[in-house]
Write a protein that binds this ligand. Structure first.
Ligand code: ZN
Length: 174
């Protein structure tokens, strides 16, 4: 297994819509493992293929406290939604920034598992938020794209400043 490079905003690949997975082979299954390893190392609770520069519709997720329930969602689709909630989110592709977005409280999601078998999940709480966030990534959308215009402009300024400072730190350190 190996760690993959996570793309950071404003990389234009984060705004591309991913294509459906058409067949699942051992190579793709190795990619699932690499993505899980990358997600655990970050650390994060979800990582979409889009975030590592793969234009296919799948995401890895683990919202368990013990980090021992890895899940792969291939071609995930939200079938139904219920309720609304405020969700405080961050993103591995938008380091150093978090904000509140409005999400559905519950989502019914249909997907294929790592073996290509269909399954459905009635997701609530953290899993519901995480799946909405990751499926957004597959549609080329970041959580900051869900902020109001005013907040989004402020967020972009703040993120650009953080990126510049990180760059200067690197230069300073040689
Ligand atoms: Zn994200």
């Amino acid at each position: 297994m190996s760690l993959l490079t996570i793309l950071h905003y404003p990389d234009p690949r984060l705004h591309q819509r991913a294509r459906p997975v058409e067949h699942i082979d051992p190579e793709l299954q190795r990619t699932f493992d690499d993505m899980l390893e990358t997600m655990y190392a970050a650390p994060g609770i979800g990582l979409a293929a889009t975030q590592v520069g793969i234009g296919l519709r799948f995401t890895v997720v683990d919202v368990s406290e013990a980090k021992d329930e890895p899940q792969v969602f291939i071609n995930p689709e939200i079938i139904t939604r219920a309720g609304k909630c405020k969700s405080e989110e961050g993103c591995l592709s938008v380091p150093g920034y978090s904000d509140t977005v409005i999400r559905s409280q519950q989502v019914h999601v249909r997907a294929l598992n790592r073996a290509g078998e269909p399954f459905e999940v009635e997701a609530e709480e953290l899993l519901a938020i995480c799946l909405q966030h990751e499926i957004d990534h597959l549609d080329g959308r970041l959580f900051i794209d869900r902020l109001s215009d005013l907040k989004r402009r402020r967020a972009r300024r703040q993120i650009r400043r953080a990126l510049r400072e990180a760059q200067q730190d690197k230069t300073g350190a040689g």
